[in-house]
Ligand binder design. Structure first.
Ligand code: SF4
Length: 294
């Protein structure tokens, strides 16, 4: 069994990968977007610059963007492991990664308005621990930029302005509205994580958890799979394009989940992730052996 210090080291490796190595499915989606745009257009140039930046960050193991985002991590662990130890080790990993310039000092004390200087503070990082029956640990994390976080939105249905009722069509209208409202801000092309149901807090958490999914996966719920594909197509017909320059590539992926709700409430929570969809996942065995996951 690894010590807390050894866990911290493993988590630093996961953070380094998330910060500098864009997942292959995101790269493919960006290349496909660039190839779909008019050659020489602002949209094509923006996507070309993004792809050059991604390649440079990958080669040098340096952050893909100056805003290294908020670290959000979901850890599955075997029965009997201390969640306090794992959470503490991950927070320490964020401090160490910040010291190594894998992350920017990104945490500001909201009372004093001073930067904590080490990338960590109450609520940063956000660590979710879940016990499972497997014998290994699985870590899945994202780094979520501030600009795209500002483009998140939450709707309470019914919504008369959007003519959105408490049904899947209402959910679709809300998600498409959030993309329309963003107008390319939050560094489009974006990836949409959405959740309908839950309360205001759990809905947003689930919408962010959806961002752990690969862009080319399929939703196991046929209605939601249809909705994801439909919204992707409709969003890319809006003409907003990369960074709002116009074009065909406004969104790279749409991922939708759902939670139970109270009879009185029906929330649709939308989290907008920028093109810098920094995601990393690893399986870590009892002896510390690491297998990288998609
Ligand atoms: S929204 Fe994303 S790509 Fe844009 S500045 Fe923030 S982290 Fe970077």
């Amino acid at each position: 069994m690894l010590t807390r210090e050894q866990w911290t080291g493993k988590f630093v490796d996961v953070i380094a990968r998330a910060s500098s190595q864009l997942p292959p499915d995101v790269l493919v989606a960006l290349e496909r977007g660039r190839d779909a745009e008019e050659p020489g257009s602002l949209a094509a140039k923006a996507l070309d610059s993004i792809l050059t930046n991604v390649a440079m960050a990958k080669g040098n193991w340096q952050p893909i963007c100056q805003d290294t985002g908020t670290p959000l991590v979901w850890i599955h662990h075997p029965v009997g492991m201390s969640t306090r130890m794992l959470s503490g080790a991950f927070a320490e990993a964020v401090r160490q990664a910040t010291g190594k310039q894998l992350l920017r000092p990104n945490a500001v004390d909201t009372l004093t308005d001073r930067n904590t200087g080490n990338g960590q503070g109450p609520g940063i990082p956000t660590v979710h621990c879940d016990e499972w029956d497997e014998g290994h640990v699985e870590v899945r994390m994202i780094l979520k930029g501030g600009g795209c976080e500002n483009c998140g939105a939450q709707y309470s249905l019914p919504n008369t302005k959007l003519k959105a009722d408490r049904d899947l069509e209402g959910v679709r209208r809300c998600i498409l509205d959030a993309i329309q409202q963003a107008q390319g801000k939050g560094c489009a092309p974006g990836i949409i994580g959405a959740c309908f149901g839950g309360d205001r807090g759990s809905g947003y958490v689930e919408s962010k958890r959806q961002l752990l999914r690969r862009l080319d996966d399929s939703n196991s719920v046929p209605e939601l799979d249809r909705m994801e594909r439909e919204i992707l197509e409709q969003a890319n017909s809006l003409g907003i394009g990369p960074m709002g320059f116009g074009g065909k590539t406004t969104v790279l992926g749409v991922k939708v989940g759902n939670l139970a709700r109270l009879p009185a409430s029906y929330f649709v929570s939308v989290s907008y992730m920028c093109w810098a969809n920094r995601r990393a996942a690893a399986r870590i065995g009892e002896k510390g052996d690491v297998t990288w996951l998609d």
